[in-house]
Design a protein. Structure first.
Ligand code: CDP
Length: 806
């Protein structure tokens, strides 16, 4: 067949494949209010659940009286731990190998803990029922400081574990201790520290914060007593894992459970774990025989489901006097709250924190992490983060600055001296990772040039002079950050959650007319999967992306996968998509060869067709091949054109980036202005540059919030001080900086299309850039370390403590 109408380039463009800034196909629905979120789900006879929550951070629950609540019109049931106990559901396993009360079993361990579940005909009656439940508490001493929690006479928080010296991750040293996790060579690191020219030492705190997605967590549980099938709609970032966990803890056979994640309004790690609301809704649906909906309000969300960070990181970094780093030592106290509900792969109780040597060639390192119970909410989730990599990046990027101060060196130069060199990849880090690929020097040079780093330093020097001369009250900070990420968990041999290996999957079916449907084990929460994954298939198979439907989130139809978090979708499910496409392509090649009456090896793929080698005018388009797959009897080839791939990645991917923030700080008010924010990302092969840019804008804005004001704070009584959006800082368009984005491309050598993840990079990389800008502004006046968030009063206080207020 001849094709004189379109050139190769036009045919390629027509596909809207990889590299195309294709507009997000999802947005047509979302921008017209046609999304279908959990709270949009309405079912006949649906009931509503709401929680009675503890006002105390630590107290004994001496009695619960349901009478008054049950007397309220519309209230159908009130569940307590006593009701769940006969089913063995008053406690549930956490993803971290601990267990957590579903409803308060004799005591409460944090303010906002779930005490009773009220089920009613509508959410208003449920709310009235919550008010009417009478609970008597006997308050107990509260511990919110993880260091005090480890003192010998600290109150015992987890009485259920009293006397238990072994935890899920080895020995427990104290009644409030969870685990110790060690990596690296302690003796060698001590040796380096004791003989080094220079050792810089600092405590770096990454404060407690929260993913705070716009849509809170929620579910609708519907038990069909006739078929015995449970359908669970929910805001799940890992629907298949939730199905397996529900089956294991409820004993409902897995094929009798359908879990569906509809549209999700942002996840950021908040929607990975299993929460009391899910268990109670399922039980309430079984008990009442009706569908039960539970949706958190904003206060519930900020108080009880999934905090992030809260790591106290004590670092020592050793170097020669010329600035070559020789060793790194880090000890972390991780505040896990009342239950260890961190969402990490099983073998990594501190997540991937051992990426804390960062982008630097540090020959010797040692890390130990102690997890601690306190009277705060459980969680420890990866808030737009690959399992504690955000804390690790912040730690090393602060330690580099602290070392630069000690050496009296420019910190851009200190980074350059110590970067892992291009030729050292694949690079084996001292704390156990094999970085797949990188070209840090090129990225750094590009970034410094883009912002005219030399000119910025000259301007800053002048500003300091002017400040000292009383000509200005504003200081200027240049915040540098170079981060290496670790995303795409992960090889099944290393990474599992509750024993479920962290592979992912894609199934593709080509219809007879040449359009297609693809289903993945991941689930988009706004990242544009339906747009980008279709682009991979388009380039791999030669079918236009516009002709491909993408489905995720329904466990009855999608292949098993471990879901979307930790920027694993592109590294793992993206690879599965390419591999499934290649299976289809291999079969298409056989069909094309048969139709063209040549040997399989005598045809070659050309954008959207197979053509005879050396005779490109003889070809069969993918559309023709698809039709033939369904209408011709081809010897030795099964009818149909579909494939599935379950992809177990050989390694994680290591995206990286260079971020630079230029900030003005008013010494008298503590206010800041972001003058420039430059973000260079390298995520290997770029599938959709426009989505990548959007991811960078979103992630960097979250990073800005975290660094400059957002926190989950408690008072000494364990009262939550930031449980509303009046107190928990979320930037609006007014505060959000303007971003200048840039990129380099260093493909991953082991990923089928060379792609690395990118979603969380801007959160990981931007926090140190913002924070370093604040520190840098005050460096000339003696500031070494000041904890985030750098809100106005904390910045004012730095200036005050440095004596800059006269
Ligand atoms: O797992 P999650 O979807 O949160 O993160 P990701 O794998 O980093 O991908 C986020 C989005 O960025 C994807 O849906 C793609 O649209 C885009 N992306 C891309 O176009 N090229 C890459 N190399 C990586 C991500």
């Amino acid at each position: 067949m001849k094709d004189e109408v379109t050139s190769t380039e036009e045919r390629r463009e027509n596909l809207k494949g990889m590299g195309c800034a294709r507009k997000r196909v999802e947005d047509v629905r979302f921008t017209q209010g046609k999304g279908n979120y959990v709270d949009d789900i309405k079912m006949d006879g649906m009931l509503f659940g709401d929680f009675v929550r503890s006002p105390y951070a630590h107290a004994r629950v001496t009695s619960i009286n349901k009478e008054a609540a049950l007397a309220i019109p519309g209230v159908v049931a009130v569940l307590t731990a006593e009701d769940l106990a006969p089913l063995g559901l008053h406690w549930m396993p956490t993803l971290a190998g601990d267990k957590q009360m579903v409803l308060a079993d004799g005591k409460v361990l944090f303010q906002g803990q779930e005490v009773a579940f009220v089920v009613a005909n509508d959410r208003y009656a449920a709310s009235d029922g919550v008010e009417a439940v009478e609970v008597d508490y006997e308050d107990l001493p509260v511990v919110t400081d993880p260091f005090k929690a480890l003192e010998p006479d600290a109150p015992v928080l987890r009485e259920d574990l009293e006397g238990q010296t072994e935890g899920a991750h080895g020995p427990r040293k104290h009644h409030n201790h969870i685990f110790t996790w060690e990596q690296g060579d302690e003796a060698a690191t001590e040796q380096v520290m004791s003989t080094a020219d220079v050792v810089a030492e600092e405590m770096v705190y990454y404060h407690r914060t929260h993913p705070n997605p716009l849509e809170t967590c929620g579910c609708v549980a519907s038990m069909d007593k006739v078929t015995g099938k449970l359908t669970l709609y929910g805001t799940f970032q890992a629907p298949h894992a939730i199905r397996t966990i529900v089956s294991l803890i409820s004993s409902i056979p897995e094929h009798k459970i359908r879990v569906v994640s509809p549209d999700i309004g942002g996840g950021f790690g908040n929607k990975v774990g299993a929460y009391s609301g899910y268990v109670c809704s399922v039980v309430a649906s079984i008990v009442t025989g009706k569908p039960v909906k539970w949706v958190e309000d904003k206060m519930d969300n900020l108080m009880s489901t999934a905090f992030a960070r809260d790591y106290w990181m004590k670092g020592k970094i050793a170097a020669t006097k010329e600035g070559k780093i020789t060793g790194l030592h880090c000890h972390v106290i991780g505040d896990h709250g009342g239950f260890d509900a961190c969402a990490d792969p099983t073998k990594f109780p501190a997540g991937f924190f051992n990426i804390c040597t960062g982008s630097y060639d540090i020959p010797t390192a040692y890390l130990s992490v102690d997890g601690v119970y306190t009277n705060k909410a459980p969680g420890g989730v990866a808030y737009r983060c690959s399992f504690r990599v955000t804390e690790a990046a912040y730690f090393i990027e602060r330690m580099i600055e602290v070392l630069a101060i000690k050496l009296d060196m420019d910190s851009a130069e200190l980074r350059r001296i110590n970067f892992i060199k291009k030729e050292q990849f694949p690079y084996q880090s001292a704390l156990g990772w094999e970085y797949d690929s990188g070209d840090y020097h090129t990225a750094w040079d590009k970034a410094l040039e883009a912002v005219d780093y030399k000119a910025l330093r000259a301007e800053q020097a002048q500003r300091i002079e002017d400040f000292k001369a009383g000509k200005t009250r504003k200081l200027m900070g240049v915040g540098l950050s170079f981060f290496t990420e670790i995303v795409g968990a992960g090889p099944v041999k290393n990474c599992d959650i509750l024993g479920l290996g962290m592979f992912d999957s894609c199934e593709i079916r080509i219809h007879p007319t040449g359009s297609a449907i693809a289903r993945l084990g991941t689930i988009s929460q706004g990242q544009g999967h339906a747009t980008a994954f279709a682009q991979i298939i388009a380039s791999e198979i030669g079918i236009p992306a516009d002709d491909i439907t993408l489905e995720e989130g329904d466990t009855d139809t999608a292949p098993y996968g471990l879901g979307t978090y930790g920027s694993r979708s592109m590294p793992v499910a993206g690879a599965a998509t390419a591999m499934a496409s290649r299976k289809i392509k291999a079969k298409a090649q056989m069909i094309a060869a048969y139709l063209l009456e040549v040997h399989d090896d005598d045809v070659e793929f050309d954008v959207d067709r197979f053509a005879v080698k050396g005779n490109p005018e003889r070809f069969k388009t993918m559309k023709e091949i698809a039709f033939a797959a369904y209408n011709q009897a081809i010897p030795g080839v099964e009818p149909g054109l579909e494939a599935v791939s379950y992809y177990d990645p050989p390694n994680m991917t290591y995206p990286f980036g260079a971020y630079i923030c230029v900030m003005e700080l008013d010494v008298d008010t503590g206010e800041h202005e972001i003058r420039k924010f430059y973000a260079l990302d390298d995520c290997g092969t770029r599938v959709n540059p426009m989505i990548i840019e959007g991811q960078v804008h979103g992630g960097a804005t979250e990073g800005y919030a975290i660094a400059m004001g957002q926190e989950i704070a408690y008072d000494e009584m364990g009262n939550h001080k930031t449980a509303t959006l009046m107190d928990f800082f979320v930037p609006t368009a007014m505060e959000t900086p303007t971003y200048q984005t840039d990129f380099t491309v260093t493909p991953s050598p082991h990923h089928p299309i060379g792609a690395k993840g990118v979603g969380e990079s801007p959160n990981v990389g931007s926090v140190p850039a913002f924070s370093n800008a604040v520190h840098d502004a005050f460096r000339a006046f003696g500031l070494v370390q000041s904890h985030m968030p750098h809100d106005h009063w904390r910045v004012w206080r730095i200036a005050d403590e440095l004596g800059l207020h006269g």
